[in-house]
Design a protein. Structure first.
Length: 333
């Protein structure tokens, strides 16, 4: 098994993510699904998933990766993040026996994707970093059949496993949950810096198409100062052409008594990102045509006009160039 350090006869360290959990025999890591079994890190959830769904790729959200195509989505149990506001807490915090779930081998996943004419398969709902082996075995087989692979991840992964992980991902949406160590420490029980390192690596050193998402929680990560700092970091470290999505928080888990995010908060963030100079900015999970549309970075006209996940206009040619001025739109088309 890769990405582990044997410390003593009874202790082993998992090195997939920055937590670097030190585990005694039969002990589980923070994620709850990776454990020490006979001196090896074992993934309890390999092959077991919480259900399969065919989604529009825009739901991941990926707005500039083969727009309007179908993606087969699935996830497992557990997570290596400790987000107090988790929107999928019923599965990420679920400590049930995974053998009570559906079982689908990588071969099953490919067969289902082909049956439903899915352009891609997405590892999502919980973080594929913790079901690393299952995700990568699926990804490798998908590529043999011409199926693209997508990771929806918080990016909380160590540098060495990140190299292998992203080498098999055609696209990723990385969840940049906020832009302060205080927010990550308090609300995610994690650190910001490793996530920023993952974003820089995936954007600058791989062929993976990357889009970013920040879910805004009013009073926690939505100050103008923090939003501007985030957008300036993106501009200076990965460039103006990496798409950024701002999504709304809804009361869940330990934040169930907090109010849902207003659209005005998303719009404020959208405007800040545009003012900083990011070319592709979106608001998600609250429908708005203006802020769901992809605009040409040269002429400013709408090249992919959306109302939520509904396509209203498509003004790109077959190579992804703007039909109005022939400027290439960044992404995969």
């Amino acid at each position: 098994m890769k990405f582990q350090n044997i410390l003593t006869n009874s202790k082993i360290q998992c090195t997939i993510c920055p937590r670097k959990c030190v585990l005694q025999e039969e002990q589980r890591g923070f994620c709850h699904v990776r454990k020490n079994f006979n001196g090896q890190i074992v993934l309890d959830t390999y092959g077991y998933n919480t259900g399969l769904a065919v989604d529009p790729i825009e739901k991941k959200p990926l707005y500039q990766f083969y727009p309007t195509t179908g993606v087969l989505s699935f996830g497992t149990l557990g997570c290596n993040m400790g987000c107090q506001f988790c929107q999928n807490w019923q599965t990420t915090k679920n400590k049930s026996d995974p053998k009570s779930l559906n079982y689908n081998s990588p071969q099953d996943i490919v067969a289902i994707a082909l049956k439903h004419n899915c352009k891609s398969v997405a590892f999502t709902y919980n973080d594929p970093i913790i079901f690393f082996e299952y995700a990568l075995d699926c990804a490798k087989l998908c590529h043999q059949f011409g199926i693209k692979t997508v990771a929806v991840t918080s990016g909380y992964i160590n540098p060495e496993p990140a190299k292998e992980f992203f080498s098999y991902m055609d696209a990723a949406n990385i969840d940049l949950k906020g832009f302060s160590e205080k927010f990550y420490t308090k609300n995610c029980l994690a650190k910001l810096e490793p996530v920023l390192d993952t974003i820089k690596y995936a954007c600058n050193q791989t062929d993976c198409h990357v889009e970013l998402t920040t879910m805004l929680i009013e009073g926690e990560n939505d100050s103008e100062e923090e939003l501007k700092a985030e957008c300036e970091w993106i501009l200076n470290n990965v460039g103006a052409d990496v798409p950024l999505h701002f999504s709304a928080f809804f009361p869940r888990y330990k934040f169930e008594n907090r109010k849902a995010t207003e659209f005005s908060t998303l719009l404020k963030a959208y405007k800040i990102a545009k003012e900083v100079g990011l070319n592709y900015v979106y608001t998600g999970n609250i429908t708005n045509i203006q802020t769901s549309t992809t605009y040409c970075k040269n002429c400013g006209k709408g090249v992919i006009v959306r109302n939520g996940y509904q396509l209203l206009e498509y003004n790109l040619d077959n190579s992804g160039r703007c039909k109005f001025c022939a400027t290439q739109c960044d992404g995969r088309f």
